[in-house]
Every structure is written in structure tokens, then in C-alpha cells.
Design a protein around this ligand. Sequence first.
Ligand code: NDP
Length: 250
Amino acid sequence: MGKFDSKVVIVTGSSSGIGEATAIAFAKEGANVTVTGRNAERLAGVAEKCRKAGAKVLEIVCELTKFESLELVINKTVEAFGALDILVNNAGSGIMGPVEKMELNEYEELMQLDVRAPIFLCKYALPHLRKTKGCIVNVSSSFSTRAYPGMVVYCLTKAAMDHFTRGLASECVADGIRVNTINPGMVVTRFMDPLLSEQDISNFRKDFSATKQPLGAVPKEEIASGILYLCGATSATGTSLVVDGGLGIE
Ligand code: NDP
């Protein structure tokens, strides 16, 4: 028996990184999983790993900055599996650079993906989650409460997620729906690839781990475990689980 036997779970941004680890972890615990991403090949690879773990899997290749994708992800999942128990809003990206150099299109894309998409995925998921007394985990960041030069607007999007989560939790608590965030420190994924050169990424990881995150990079599987913990923890709502490799130690 798995801890999430026959539960229906959506993990957005599950073609790589934290989302991939989370989808596989749910599959190993008996859940049926909707996986999403833009890269069809990588997504098919993750879906295959979930199937091998015993899950029924729905693959949805979509661009989450497109508003119409959001309702579609929820509707297709409910059509395929008949219900929805858990929504993990994980898809996200960042931008690097000072505010002074930020372009409007970069700002809008970031807000659409990191803020608008999770909010409206929640909106469309709520009627279904009400029926199952389900739950939502929003993947925020340990940066949500901190200030980093060059990452100001990314930090803002994650602060917005923390606050949205507390608000939505209070709106939904009477319906038995729980809403939480997980706030990872630095995890080695593809996240930084579009932001920095290979040399920059390698320097950043080394320097960041050594100086700011004393326990080093957080394994993505630990973030996945944290997400599964929040989904199974019947008394946790409106809260943030920080797993940051010691980043928060002052
Ligand atoms: P990855 O880049 O490995 O994964 C990001 C996922 O989001 C991929 O599946 C990607 O799909 C999907 N995605 C990105 N942009 C879009 C888009 N426009 N439309 C649809 N899907 C999209 O990064 P992580 O696993 O690191 O990131 C996952 C979450 O964790 C993010 O919300 C991030 O902010 C957060 N986080 C990451 C940390 C880290 O250090 N890595 C630290 C703290 C938080 P595809 O590649 O197929 O387009």
C-alpha cells in the first residue's frame, strides 16, 4: 500500500528538476499523476519513469504563460482520472539582472508563470478539491523572505506565493482544503541554465554552497519528500516548510 494510493495529483513543471522528483515520488506512493512541461521529449521520459513505478500518467505539453493552458490542465486531469486530490504548483523560472536593466516582456513573462499560473490553477482546481477535501502545495523559495541583488523580482514572485498561500488557506479551511508552500534553498536543477553561462553556474553553485548554504545544495528528492509530507499532514495549512541547507542561519 502506498501513502497516496489512487490519489490524483497534478505536478506542474515536472519535465525536470524538483517537479520530476515529486511526480516520481507520488507515483511510487501509488498516486496517478498528471505531468506537465514544454519539452515533450523530457516529459515523456519522466512519464515513463512514473509508469514504471506503477502510476497511471497523463502527459500535458503546455506553455503555462498562456492563460488558456491553466483551465485545460485541470479539466484534462479530471476528464482522465475522474477527480483531483492534489495540485503541486511547481513550474517556475527566474530572471537575473538589476531592476534598472529589466525589460517589460521579461517582467510580464515571469509574473505570468510564477504568479498568475499558480493562482489560476488554484482557481480552476478548487471546485474539484472541495469534493475530495484535497490540498495544494505551492513551490516557493527560501528567497521569498530575502533580498538578493539581481533577483529582486524573482524574490517578489515567491513572496507573493507565500502570501497568496496564507490567504487562500484561510479562504478554504472551512471546505477542508489545505494550502501550503515549500521553500527550497538552492537545488541543482536546470533552473539556472537559461540565466547564466556554464562557468557562471558552476561558480555560483560552488560559491553559494560554500558561503551561504552551509549544508550544500539541497537534493531535489528532499524537496519532493517535503511536498509529500505537506500533502499527508492533515493539520498543516497556510504554512511554509523551509528546506534550505542552512541558508537561513544568520
Ligand atoms: P527546472 O528548470 O529543472 O524545472 C522547471 C520546470 O518548469 C520544468 O519542468 C519546465 O518545463 C517548467 N517550465 C518552465 N517554464 C515554463 C513555462 N513557461 N510553461 C510551462 N512550463 C514551464 O527548475 P527547478 O526544478 O529548480 O524549479 C522548480 C521550482 O522550484 C520553480 O518554481 C523554482 O522557482 C523553484 N525553486 C528552485 C530552486 C533551485 O535552486 N533550483 C530553489 C527554490 C525554488 P520545460 O523545461 O519542459 O519547459
